[in-house]
Ligand binder design. Structure first.
Ligand SMILES: [Zn+2]
Ligand SMILES: [Zn+2]
Length: 647
C-alpha cells in the first residue's frame, strides 16, 4: 500500500499503481467526472498514470489553471490531428497551451493558405475527431526511433527538437493517426473537448528567429461545454469593442509614430486634456493629504543607479547609458523616480519633526521592453507614474498606509470601479535571511499593513514569500465593467533604498535614525490607467473628466453663427464645448460625434436660433427636448459639481 496525501493534509492508503482517476472515483463519482488531470508531488500528469510510491496529490478540474492547461494543450494536439487530415503534408513546430487557449505553429504544404475561410473547416474536423473519443497513448521512445519516426513523415521541425533532447527522456503521444513529440500532460482522451473555436492566425518565425522559416501560428480555444465557449466569444467581442487602441483613435486621444519609436506614446490634445484632468484630480487630493510636489530630470548619472542598486540589477536589460561628448560622463534614462527622490530627501538635514515627508511627482520613466511585448498603452517603453515617496518613522507606517488607502478609495469611487481587491505580499517566514531590514521592523510593517486593511474593511489576500527582498507591499486589483481583472495601484515598503542612500533623521533622542521609505502610485502609471479607464468605460468618461463635454451641431451652414454664439457662451461658463460646422448632413454629424463619445450634442436650426434654445441629445439616451442654452450651461455646471463635490 502507498500513502496519498491530499491538499487538506488528510492521508488515505491505496494499492501501489493506483491512478489519479481511481483516486477521484474513490472520493465521489461526480469528482471523477469533472477531474481533468492530477498533480503528483507538484508535477501535473495524466489521470491514468500509475502512482507507485507515497505521494502528495491534487486533482484538477477545468476551473484550475493546471486543468485548463492540460485541456488546452490536448486541444492543440487535436487541432494538429485535424490539420494533418485536412492538409496532408503539414509540418508541425510547437503547440503549447497559453493563457487563453492554445496555438500550433505549422508549415502548410504548397498551395495551402490558412485563413479565416478555413477556420470553420478546421473546427468541423476537430468536432468530428472528438466523436471518435480517441485516447492519448503515451510511449517512451529512443532518440533514434524518434528521429526515424518523424523523419519518415517529413517532420523536419520535430526532428530538430528531438536532436536537442537527451536519449531516454523522449516521449510521444498518439491519438488516432496523429503522433506528437511531447512531454505532456494531457487529458486521457479528446472526448471532453466539447466546444472548439479557431480564433486567428499570425505569422511566426520558427523558434522566434527571424533568420529561420516563417510559419503560420494558428490560435484556438476550447471548452468542456458549448455554453462556456459562447460566453467566451461574447466577452471577446465586447473586449474588441472596448479595445483602448481602437477607442483612442476614434476619440483622438493618443497615437504612436514609428519615427518617434515603438512603445513611445504621443498624447494628442484631447488625450492630454484627459490626462491633465486626472492628474489635477489626484493633485488636489494629494494636497489635502499633505504631499508636496517636486520635479526631477528625465536622466540621472550612472552613479545614482549604482548607489540605488538598479544598475547592477537591470543595467544590461535597460536602455544603455548616454555619454556626454566632451567629458564622457554617463547618464541613464531614468527607469524609476525613487533615486532622485532619495537625493531630495538627503538634500537637507531632517528631524523626526519633519516626518512623514511626502514627496510626489508625475515622473516620466523609461524602461526597455522587447518590441514584441509592447501593447497599446498597457505595455510601453515610456510612461508617467503618479509617483510619490513617503519617508517616515517605522511606527508611522500604518498611518501612512491608511492615508494612501483613503486616496485610492477616493479614486476608485470617482471613476466607478466598484469591484476591487487587494493582495498583501509578505515575507517567506521559512527563509527570513534573504530579506533586508531587521526582523522587528518587518514584523511591525507586515502587521501594520494587515491591520490597515482590516480597519478599512478591505478583503486582502495574503501571499507568503511574495514580498520583494526590501519590503512588504499591498497591490490593488480592479475588475472592469466586463469582469476582467487589472492590476493598478501599489503601496510598497522599502528598507533598502534608505540604507543604500544612507538617509537619516535626527530622532527625539538626538540620535541618527534611518527613515522607512514607502513607494506608492494609486494609478500605477498614467498610460496604463488611461487604457484601463478607456476599456472600463468604453470611452464614456464621467462628465467631469471627459475632454469634450458638449458639441454644438448646426443643421446647416445658415446656423453656424448661432452655433458659435452658443459655443462661446458655454466656453465662457466653463463648459468644454466645440462646434461641428463641417459642411455635412446632420445625421452624419451625429454619427461622427457619437463615435467621439461626447456626452451632449446640441442640435441647432431655424427654431432654436429664433428662440435662443438648443435641442439636447444625450449620448446613449437620444433626444432630451429643448431648453435655453443659458439653462443648459447651468445644468452642466450642476451635474459636474454634484459629481466632484463628494470626491
Ligand atoms: Zn502535448
Ligand atoms: Zn519608488
Amino acid at each position: 500500500m502507498i500513502k496519498i496525501t491530499f491538499p487538506d493534509g488528510s492521508v488515505r492508503e491505496y494499492e501501489a499503481g493506483v491512478t489519479g482517476l481511481q483516486i477521484a472515483e474513490s472520493i465521489s463519482p461526480r469528482l471523477a467526472q469533472d477531474v481533468i488531470a492530477c498533480g503528483v508531488n507538484g508535477e501535473t500528469t495524466e489521470l491514468n498514470r500509475p502512482i507507485n510510491a507515497d505521494a502528495a496529490i491534487k486533482l484538477y478540474k477545468f476551473d484550475d489553471e493546471e486543468g485548463k492547461h492540460a485541456f488546452w494543450h490536448t486541444s492543440a494536439h487535436l487541432m494538429a490531428e485535424a490539420l494533418q487530415e485536412l492538409y496532408p503534408g503539414t509540418q508541425f513546430g510547437i503547440g503549447p497551451a497559453i493563457e487563453n487557449g492554445f496555438y500550433y505553429d505549422v508549415m502548410t504544404p504548397e498551395g495551402v493558405k490558412l485563413n479565416e475561410t478555413e477556420f470553420p473547416k478546421i473546427e468541423k474536423k476537430m468536432q468530428e475527431l472528438v466523436q471518435r473519443k480517441e485516447a492519448l497513448v503515451r510511449e517512451e521512445i529512443s532518440k533514434q526511433d524518434a528521429l526515424d519516426f518523424f523523419g519518415k513523415r517529413g517532420q523536419t521541425y520535430k526532428n530538430e527538437l528531438i536532436e536537442e533532447l537527451e536519449d531516454g527522456h523522449i516521449t510521444t503521444y498518439t491519438q488516432g493517426n496523429y503522433t506528437d513529440l511531447c512531454r505532456g500532460p494531457h487529458l486521457m482522451s479528446t472526448a471532453p473537448i466539447k466546444a472548439v473555436k479557431v480564433l486567428s492566425v499570425a505569422a511566426a518565425y520558427w523558434r522566434g528567429d527571424e533568420k529561420r522559416p516563417m510559419m503560420t501560428r494558428v490560435y484556438g480555444i476550447s471548452f468542456p461545454k458549448k455554453k462556456m465557449l459562447d460566453e467566451y466569444i461574447e466577452k471577446l467581442e465586447e473586449a474588441k469593442k472596448r479595445d483602448h487602441r481602437k477607442i483612442g483613435k476614434e476619440m483622438e486621444l493618443f497615437f504612436f509614430s514609428d519615427r518617434v519609436g515603438k512603445g513611445l506614446p504621443m498624447w494628442l490634445p484631447k488625450g492630454t486634456a484627459l490626462r491633465i484632468r486626472l492628474q489635477d484630480f489626484l493633485r488636489k487630493i494629494q494636497k489635502r493629504y499633505g504631499y508636496q510636489e517636486v520635479m526631477t530630470p528625465h536622466i540621472g548619472g550612472k552613479s545614482l543607479y549604482v548607489t540605488s542598486g538598479h544598475y547592477a540589477h537591470y543595467g544590461k536589460d535597460s536602455f544603455q547609458p548616454i555619454h556626454t561628448p566632451e567629458e564622457d560622463e554617463e547618464y541613464m534614462l531614468k527607469p524609476m523616480n525613487c533615486p532622485h527622490h532619495c537625493e531630495i530627501y538627503a538634500s537637507q538635514p531632517r528631524s523626526y519633526k519633519d516626518l512623514p515627508l511626502r514627496i510626489a511627482e508625475f515622473g516620466t520613466v523609461y524602461r526597455y521592453e522587447q518590441s514584441g511585448e509592447l501593447h497599446g498603452l498597457t505595455r510601453v517603453r515610456s510612461f508617467t507614474q503618479d509617483d510619490a515617496h513617503i519617508f517616515c518613522t517605522p511606527d508611522q507606517v500604518k498611518g501612512e498606509f491608511l492615508r494612501v488607502m483613503d486616496i485610492i478609495g477616493i479614486i476608485f469611487k470617482a471613476l466607478d470601479f466598484k469591484d476591487f481587491e487587494a493582495q498583501i505580499s509578505l515575507r517567506d517566514p521559512s527563509d527570513k535571511e534573504k530579506y533586508i531590514g531587521s526582523d522587528e521592523v518587518w514584523a511591525e510593517a507586515e502587521r501594520a499593513i494587515i491591520e490597515a486593511c482590516e480597519e478599512k474593511g478591505l478583503t486582502a489576500r495574503k501571499e507568503l514569500g511574495e514580498a520583494a527582498f526590501y519590503g512588504p507591499k499591498l497591490d490593488f486589483m480592479v475588475k472592469d465593467a466586463i469582469g476582467r481583472r487589472w492590476q493598478l495601484g501599489t503601496i510598497q515598503v522599502d528598507y533598502n533604498l534608505p540604507e543604500r542612500f544612507k538617509l537619516e533623521y535626527t530622532g527625539a533622542d538626538n540620535d541618527k535614525h534611518r527613515p522607512v521609505m514607502i513607494h506608492r502610485a494609486p494609478f500605477g502609471s498614467m498610460e496604463r490607467f488611461c487604457a484601463v479607464l478607456i476599456e472600463h468605460t468604453a470611452g464614456h468618461f464621467p462628465l467631469w473628466l471627459t475632454p469634450d463635454q458638449v458639441v454644438v451641431l448646426p443643421i446647416s451652414e445658415k446656423f453656424n453663427d448661432y452655433a458659435r454664439q452658443v459655443n462661446k457662451y458655454l466656453n465662457d461658463h466653463d463648459v468644454r464645448s466645440t462646434v461641428d460646422d463641417r459642411n455635412e448632413k446632420i445625421g452624419r454629424k451625429i454619427r461622427d460625434n457619437e463615435l467621439k463619445r461626447i456626452p451632449y450634442m446640441l442640435v441647432v436650426g431655424e427654431k432654436e436660433a429664433a428662440e435662443g434654445t438648443v435641442s439636447v441629445r444625450k449620448q446613449g439616451q437620444g433626444d432630451q427636448g429643448s431648453m435655453n442654452y443659458q439653462d443648459f450651461a447651468q445644468k452642466i455646471d450642476t451635474e459636474v459639481r454634484e459629481m466632484t463635490e463628494q470626491l
